[in-house]
Design a protein around this ligand. Structure first.
Ligand code: ATP
Ligand code: MG
Length: 396
């Protein structure tokens, strides 16, 4: 068992000692079997939430209506979820209420794909009720049970399937893929926020190209914001260098570039995807920087404007335009800028007020910007006396 599981073992033991069942479940079991690093350890139990809260002294109700209690132990925090079924589905979305059950089998049955439906016992034994090990070995994503029914219950599972193609490089089993293709329009019922999460994971996956190809073939793109009718553009996106995309902002920039979305329309596109304002700002800056950088080396202006982090994000994207990035060079050039922000300018607004003996006003901002530019372009040293003299000359 990996370290993360070793550390969590006392939790399983404690629950079992109290007379209940407890297992590791979900993506971490899949990842352990694939020898991939694991992120979150999910635990499923026959104990009801109230029973879990009696067993552990420090707990937080993070999603008690779904049966999830967060247990705080010295070794870490663990989400413990009571076995449940999700029998009443409405509108092709997640169920509005869940039913707690005592049977592991019922809990595993509600999971999306066979490789996500393992349970791992405390002694290392794997519970594999749906032949998931076989699918894992064959690199197949197979819906648990009847795929049509499962995608009808929750259409997001189709996007999750495509996302796992992008992350794992597995194939969608034939019937599962057919069911996605047939039901792709059900995605319309799913909130964009949930689709966004899966789509971004697909874009950042090691097998992005394969994920996008399946995304196109299944027609799921037709029900994603701003992608309807964009098969050709998505094909071009799939055809980019197979290098892994590191960051979400870079993925959006590359996609937006392939879709030939104009700079002025980036905001609306990302808003339709429910991206945060923070993400939108970064994507806009990196997109702009990339357009300039594609044509010429970084200028001091552009480096200063972008900042080191965003400049590096831009430089890394050159890979996808058949140019070799030189990250070290970008960092060095950035470090060598005379100043990196207005704060580093050797005069501030107050200095100007005192020196010119003039009331505060918008002239200060203008003058500071003038001096800032002069310093960045090395027309003057970043020195108080010299800057004040230049300011005087400028105002005269
Ligand atoms: P990741 O490694 O990205 O966390 P994951 O498989 O763990 O992938 P989660 O969203 O963390 O994905 O979900 C944990 C588990 O819950 C899944 O492995 C699966 O068994 C189940 N699950 C999650 N979402 C669904 C869904 N929409 N329908 C059915 N089962 C789901
Ligand atoms: Mg997970």
């Amino acid at each position: 068992l990996p370290n993360e599981y070793q550390q969590a073992l006392p939790i399983l033991k404690k629950i079992e000692k109290a007379g209940h069942e407890a297992y590791f479940v979900g993506g971490s079991v899949r990842d352990v079997l694939l020898h991939h690093p694991i992120h979150d350890v999910d635990i499923a139990t026959s104990a009801f939430p109230a029973e879990i809260k009696e067993i552990f002294s420090k707990t937080i109700d993070v999603g008690i209506e779904h049966g999830t209690v967060l247990v705080l132990e010295k070794t870490g925090q663990y989400e413990i979820t009571t076995f449940r079924t999700e029998s009443t589905y409405q509108d092709f979305r997640r169920p509005d209420h869940v039913e707690f059950v005592r049977s592991l089998k019922e809990d595993l049955k509600r999971r999306d794909f066979t490789i996500n439906a393992f349970a791992l016992k405390e002694d290392g034994e794997i519970v594999d009720l749906f032949d998931g090990l076989n699918d894992l070995n064959q690199h197949l994503l197979r819906a648990v049970g009847n795929p049509h029914e499962r995608f009808f219950e929750d259409a997001l599972r189709m996007m999750r399937g495509l996302r796992f193609v992008g992350q794992l490089g597995f194939d969608l089993e034939k019937e599962t893929f057919t069911a996605i293709k047939k039901n792709h329009s059900l995605l319309e019922k799913i909130s964009v926020e949930r689709i966004n999460v899966e789509f971004v994971k697909l874009l950042l996956g090691n097998y992005r190209k394969k994920g996008i190809v399946n995304f196109i073939k299944s027609q799921c793109f037709e029900y994603c914001p701003g992608l309807s009718g964009k098969e050709k553009e998505l094909q071009a996106f799939a055809g980019l260098s197979e290098k892994v995309i590191k960051y979400e902002s870079q993925a959006w920039v590359l996609l937006i570039d392939q879709l030939a979305i104009k700079e002025a329309d980036i905001r609306a596109f990302l808003k339709s995807w429910k991206c945060s304002n923070e993400m939108i700002k970064i994507v806009q800056a990196v997109f702009y920087g990339l357009q300039v950088r594609k044509a010429q080396p970084f200028t001091a202006d552009l480096l200063y404007q972008l900042g080191e982090r965003q400049a590096v994000l831009v430089e890394e994207l050159l890979w996808f335009y058949n140019k070799s990035p030189n990250i070290e060079n970008v960092r060095e050039n950035y470090q060598q800028l005379p100043i990196h922000s207005l704060k580093e300018l050797a005069v501030n607004g107050n200095d100007l007020i005192v020196y010119f003996d003039k009331k505060a006003g918008k002239w200060i901002k203008e003058l500071l910007t003038y001096l800032e530019n002069a310093v960045i372009h090395r027309q003057v040293a970043n020195q108080k006396e010299e800057l004040l003299q230049l300011a005087k000359k400028h105002l005269d």
